[in-house]
Design a protein around this ligand. Structure first.
Ligand SMILES: CC(=O)SCCNC(=O)CCNC(=O)[C@H](O)C(C)(C)COP(=O)(O)OP(=O)(O)OC[C@H]1O[C@@H](n2cnc3c(N)ncnc32)[C@H](O)[C@@H]1OP(=O)(O)O
Length: 292
């Protein structure tokens, strides 16, 4: 991806780590970083990533990065574009409070580092750039791939994780985060706490909101399970098979959702949870067949 300005001047390093300051590190001649140009790069990458993943709206933008404590790793090839450099791709990570199910189905409160967005320019995919970005991030964050959670990984990303890090056995969840079998034993007691049996309402957030779900939530007036008033939907309804389709339970905002008690097998809620789990699993299976 090339831009009408010099990437090498903007991003001195091959891989730049950006946080909410959007500072690329160098302050040429005492002047601040050209924030506008950096913002343009992030916004365009976010749009390209959303398009590649068929998301309704970007989950990465300069404004979103400024508003969070996420880290964005940006990879350039400094020799392309007549020596001005091109942006190859990016990887965005951040810590999230998540309620996850371990292998035995017990709810656990966790706060892992999550991969939230990941994109390499179409023409440069399968050249090892994604691996360079990911390896850099692992070292920078001092984390192992199996200790991380993955926010609705795409088929390509699942293939990437299996190929490079041998991550293939995911532990079923009721939200759309994916964790692999090494996740639970490898976490320290501090990072992984078993959920106490009872907590005051509102304190526990059962299913954490995904970045990409927030995009949809921002367009909604009322959270599930409240029924929307009559009138046209604010965003198009999702087909069960569409890439944006979600388990309804994930749509509950963490700031609004309450921990629901266990439900009896056969009850409507139980069936809903089952159908959500089945849908995610089937979507993972389906996605493995649909690489192109
Ligand atoms: C939580 C999330 O962020 S989910 C969103 C992930 N992002 C996307 O799906 C956007 C589109 N895809 C991409 O941008 C890239 O393919 C990435 C970021 C997933 C991987 O980056 P790359 O530079 O292509 O990865 P890299 O070259 O290091 O590794 C290649 C491996 O990735 C996987 N992969 C990459 N592209 C593809 C593809 N088109 N089809 C299937 N697998 C692919 C394969 O395992 C591939 O190995 P192979 O070529 O031997 O089959």
């Amino acid at each position: 991806m090339d831009f009408p300005f010099d990437m090498n001047a903007l991003f001195p390093e091959r891989i730049t780590v950006l946080d909410n300051s959007l500072s690329a590190g160098r302050r040429a001649h005492g002047r601040p970083d050209p924030l506008l140009q950096i913002s343009t790069v992030i916004d365009e990458l976010g749009k390209a990533s959303a398009k590649a993943q068929q998301l309704p709206a970007p989950i990465t933008s300069a404004a979103k990065l400024q508003a969070t404590r996420h880290h964005l790793y940006l990879l350039k090839d400094g020799e392309q574009n007549g020596g001005r450099g091109v942006i190859v791709g990016f990887l965005k990570v951040g810590y999230k409070k998540l309620f996850l199910l371990d292998q035995r189905g017990a709810h656990l409160e966790t706060e892992p580092l999550c991969v939230l967005d990941f994109y390499v320019t179409e023409t440069l995919q399968r050249h090892g750039y994604g691996l360079q970005l990911f390896d850099f991030m692992l070292k920078h964050k001092r984390v192992e791939p199996e200790q991380m959670a993955y926010d609705r990984p795409s088929p390509k990303f699942l293939s990437f994780l299996e190929k490079h890090y041998d991550l293939k056995n995911s532990v079923p969840q009721v939200n759309n985060f994916v964790v692999f079998s090494g996740f639970f034993p490898s976490r320290s007691a501090v990072q992984l706490r078993k959920v106490p049996p009872k907590k005051p309402e509102g304190e526990i957030k059962p299913y954490s909101l995904m970045e990409r779900e927030v995009v949809r939530e921002e367009q909604r007036a009322l959270p599930w399970p409240f029924v929307r008033p009559a009138g046209p939907p604010l965003s198009p309804p999702l087909l069960p098979s569409s890439p944006q389709s979600r388990c309804l339970s994930v749509g509950s905002s963490p700031s609004r959702a309450l921990l629901r008690p266990a439900v009896a097998p056969g009850s409507p809620s139980h069936q809903l949870n089952d159908s959500c789990r089945a849908r995610r699993t089937s979507s993972l299976n389906r996605s493995r067949l649909s690489f192109h």
